[in-house]
Design a protein around this ligand. Structure first.
Ligand SMILES: Cc1cc2nc3c(=O)[nH]c(=O)nc-3n(C[C@H](O)[C@H](O)[C@H](O)COP(=O)(O)OP(=O)(O)OC[C@H]3O[C@@H](n4cnc5c(N)ncnc54)[C@H](O)[C@@H]3O)c2cc1C
Length: 382
C-alpha cells in the first residue's frame, strides 16, 4: 500500500504534543495508543511541575536550556490548547517555595542557589517567618525558604486538551491499539504492525515517531529478536498521592524530600518516589508512608485531608538521564523518549523542535545534545 502521513506511536504527553505540532503544520497524523489516553501514560499520574529553577542542581546544563525554552513556551502553548479544545489546562505560575525544615536543608538550598546563579536563574531567599507569611499553614519553626518562578500545569487536563484539540484538527487517534513492530514498507515509507483485541493489522506511513515512553524498547524491528530502537531505556517507578480538602497552600511547596502541588479545585498532589523496580505497578505501604510523613513535616494540615488516590507511573529513563529526540535511520523514523522526570515540562519544546526537523529538516542547536545517535548505530532500522 502507498504510504502517507505520519504515525506517532504512543499517546502520552510527548506523543500527543508532537502530533499536535505536526497537525499545526498541516501534516496528516495518526496517533496509535496501546491503552486509552492517560491510562498508562506517566502524565496520567504526574505532578505537572514545570521546574527548571527548582531542579537546576539535578539537571545537566544542556537540559536546563531546553527546559527554560519549554518553560517560556508554556503560557502560549496552553492558551492555544485551551482555545482549540475548550479544556482548562490548569497552567499556574504562582511559583514554588523550597522550604528548609532545618540547617541541613539550608545547606542544600545554598547548594541549589549556586547552580541557579551559574545558570542565570532567578530565586529569592525568604526567612522562615516570611515563608509563613506567604503560606500560613507551613509548619512552625521552619529554617527558611527559597521562592522560585517555576510553574505547574495539570497533566490530566493537558492530556484531555491535547486529545480534543487533535480530534478537532482532524488527526486520527487509535486507542487500544498496540504497535508491535515497525519495518520499511514495500512501497517506501514504513509498515507499522499493530494488534487490537487480538486482531493484527498493518498501517502505512511516510514517517514514524516512536514516543512510547519506557515501552519504546519493546517495539520489534525487521531483524528478528532485535528491538527497533536499541536505546538503554528503563522505567523508573514513581508513587504519588492525591489528597482532597481545604486548600492549604497557593505555591508548589517542596522540601528536599517531598513536593506538594496544589490544584485550583482543592486537590493536593504529594510526590513522588523514585524506584528501580521495573514495571511494578503496585503502590506500597512504605512508599505511601514515606510521602505522607515528609509532607506532614512541612504541612501538618494534610493529615486532615482525604486520601483519594495512590498512583504509580513509569518515568522513561535513558542511561544518561537525558531524552533522545531526533532521527534514527537517516530517513523517516524518529524517536522522542527518555524524558525521565521532565516530560510534562519538555513536551512543547520537544514537539516544536521535532516538528521543525521532520517538516523542514531543520535541526535546532537546542536539540543537538539529545540526538538518539549517541546510542544508536547507523542503519538500525533499514
Ligand atoms: C510520579 C511521577 C511524577 C512526575 N512528575 C513530573 C512533573 O512534575 N513534571 C514533569 O515535567 N514530569 C513529571 N514526570 C515525568 C513525566 O510524567 C514523563 O517524563 C512523561 O509523562 C513521559 O511522557 P511520554 O509521552 O514520553 O511517555 P509515557 O507517558 O510513558 O507515554 C507513552 C505512551 O505510549 C503508549 N505505548 C507504549 N507502548 C506502546 C506501543 N507499543 N504501541 C502503542 N502505544 C504504546 C503507552 O500506553 C503510553 O500511553 C513524572 C512522572 C511520574 C511517574
Amino acid at each position: 500500500m502507498e504510504p502517507s502521513g505520519t504515525i506517532v506511536v504512543g499517546g502520552g504527553i510527548v506523543g500527543l504534543a508532537i502530533a499536535h505540532a505536526l497537525a499545526h503544520r498541516g501534516q496528516r497524523v495518526t496517533v496509535v495508543e496501546g491503552k486509552q489516553i492517560g491510562e498508562r501514560a506517566a502524565a496520567g499520574v504526574a505532578a505537572g511541575m514545570l521546574a527548571p529553577s527548582s531542579e537546576a542542581d539535578l539537571t545537566d546544563p544542556r537540559l536546563t536550556h531546553l527546559a527554560l525554552a519549554s518553560h517560556e513556551a508554556y503560557p502560549a502553548w496552553t492558551a492555544t490548547l485551551e482555545r482549540e479544545s475548550g479544556v482548562e489546562t490548569g497552567y499556574d505560575a504562582t511559583g514554588t517555595l523550597l522550604v528548609a525544615l532545618h540547617r541541613d536543608h539550608l545547606a542544600l538550598i545554598e547548594h541549589l542557589e549556586a547552580f541557579q546563579r551559574e545558570r542565570g536563574l532567578h530565586a529569592e531567599r525568604l526567612t522562615g517567618r516570611q515563608a509563613r507569611e506567604e503560606e500560613p499553614y507551613l509548619a512552625p519553626g521552619i529554617a527558611g525558604a527559597l521562592r522560585m518562578p517555576d510553574a505547574q500545569v495539570d497533566p490530566r487536563h493537558l492530556l484531555r486538551a491535547l486529545t480534543v484539540a487533535l480530534e478537532r484538527a482532524g488527526a486520527v487517534l487509535l486507542e487500544g491499539t498496540q504497535v508491535t513492530a515497525v519495518a520499511p514498507g514495500v512501497d517506501g515509507g514504513y509498515a507499522v504492525a499493530t494488534e487490537r483485541e487480538g486482531v493484527a493489522s498493518t498501517l502505512h506511513a511516510t514517517q514514524v515517531v516512536v514516543a512510547a515512553g519506557a515501552w519504546s524498547r519493546q517495539i520489534a524491528s525487521p531483524i528478528a529478536g532485535l528491538p527497533l530502537l536499541p536505546l538503554p531505556l528503563r522505567p523508573v517507578k514513581g508513587q504519588i498521592l492525591r489528597l482532597r480538602g481545604e486548600r492549604l497552600v497557593r505555591h508548589v511547596v517542596r522540601t528536599p524530600d517531598v513536593y506538594i502541588v496544589p490544584r485550583a479545585d482543592g486537590e493536593l498532589v504529594v510526590g513522588a518516589s523514585m524506584e528501580e523496580q521495573g514495571f511494578d505497578e503496585r503502590p506500597t505501604a512504605g512508599g505511601v508512608y514515606d510521602l505522607l510523613r515528609e509532607a506532614r513535616r512541612v504541612l501538618p494540615g494534610i493529615a486532615e485531608l482525604e486520601l483519594t488516590e495512590c498512583g504509580v507511573g513509569f518515568r522513561p529513563a535513558l542511561r544518561d538521564h537525558l531524552p533522545a529526540i531526533g532521527n534514527v535511520d537517516g530517513a523517516g523514523l524518529f524517536v522522542a523518549s527518555g524524558h525521565f522526570r521532565n516530560g510534562v515540562e519538555l513536551a512543547p519544546i520537544t514537539a516544536w523542535l521535532l516538528a521543525d526537523l521532520m517538516c523542514d529538516g531543520r535541526l535546532d542547536a537546542l536539540l543537538e545534545p539529545f540526538s538518539p545517535g549517541r546510542f544508536i548505530a547507523k542503519d538500525v532500522a533499514r
